[in-house]
Write a new protein. Structure first.
Length: 268
């Protein structure tokens, strides 16, 4: 049986067994060099790219028109709005339009224009007029949020306009507590009275929205400059109370350089 242990003389006593050497640990793989940054690439959006690029003024207006048309057809998107939609807006907002509207509970812009979270920057006060605080909010939306469209939206059956009409027609006296709301609307009522409109109440609502839009176009140099550059449109509109249709009345453009314009807004 000597062949089991190899050739030669057999040793006496227990055979010493050399310890098995520990295997050397494998060399860690060398990582691939980091790719060079692409300096021509667009920076990542704060919202993960889920917000569409900033629309032009005409594109934003088309979105509002289509949104109102869908609302009138009964094709509301707002039934799909949920709390989770706010997650993608935590990094900021990118509204497509600023709506200067009446505080009337029957005229919510998000519903009329079929828009969800983060789409409309709304400033609402009875009679849809603008004081200095409202102007600052609009300038913020245009300068810092790059909002391409401002819509001053009145509505038929407006109580604030009706109150101004009653003062002009001598049917009521001015309530001092409502002066800040009513007085800015009186010039629009006087303009309507000088017209040949068949419906003076509707004409007064239209004139009020137009006058506010025209004042905004020259109220601040940043707004006038953005309009002149084609980056901003300021429009008047009227919502028809009986149907919910929003009719746009046309652009408001600066008639003179903003610096030379007379004060365009009532004091706060």
């Amino acid at each position: 049986m000597g062949w089991l242990f190899g050739r030669g003389k057999a040793r006496s006593g227990p055979r010493e067994i050399a310890p098995t050497p520990e295997p050397e640990p494998p060399e860690p793989p060398t990582p691939d060099p980091a790719p060079e940054p692409d300096l021509t690439a667009e920076p990542a959006a704060e919202d993960g790219g889920l917000v569409a690029p900033r629309p032009s003024p005409d594109e934003a207006l088309a979105m509002l028109r289509e949104g109102n048309a869908a609302f009138l057809r009964g094709e509301s998107n707002l039934g799909h709005v949920k709390a989770d939609d706010l997650d993608r807006l935590q990094g900021g907002q990118h509204p497509i339009a600023t709506i200067v509207g009446c505080a009337d509970s029957r005229t919510p812009p998000t519903i009329l224009f079929n828009q969800g979270f983060g789409r409309l920057f709304s400033i609402r006060v009875a009679g849809n007029t603008v004081d200095r605080r409202g102007l600052a909010s609009i300038v913020y939306a245009v300068k810092h949020l790059q909002c391409p469209l401002v819509v001053v939206m009145g509505h038929t059956g407006c109580g604030a306009v009706a109150a101004a009409e009653a003062i002009v027609d001598g049917k009521a006296t001015l309530d001092p507590s409502l002066e800040e709301m009513i007085v800015p609307i009186i010039p629009a009522v006087l303009d309507a009275r000088r017209s040949d409109a068949a419906d003076m109440a509707v004409r007064a609502v239209e004139e009020n929205a137009r006058r506010v839009a025209e004042k905004l176009a020259v109220a601040d140099a940043s707004l006038a400059d953005a309009i002149a550059a084609g980056d901003l449109k300021v429009l008047a509109a009227v919502k028809l109370m009986h149907s919910g249709e929003v009719r746009f009345l046309g652009d408001a453009r600066p008639a003179a350089p903003a610096a030379a314009a007379e004060p365009a807004l009532e004091p706060a």
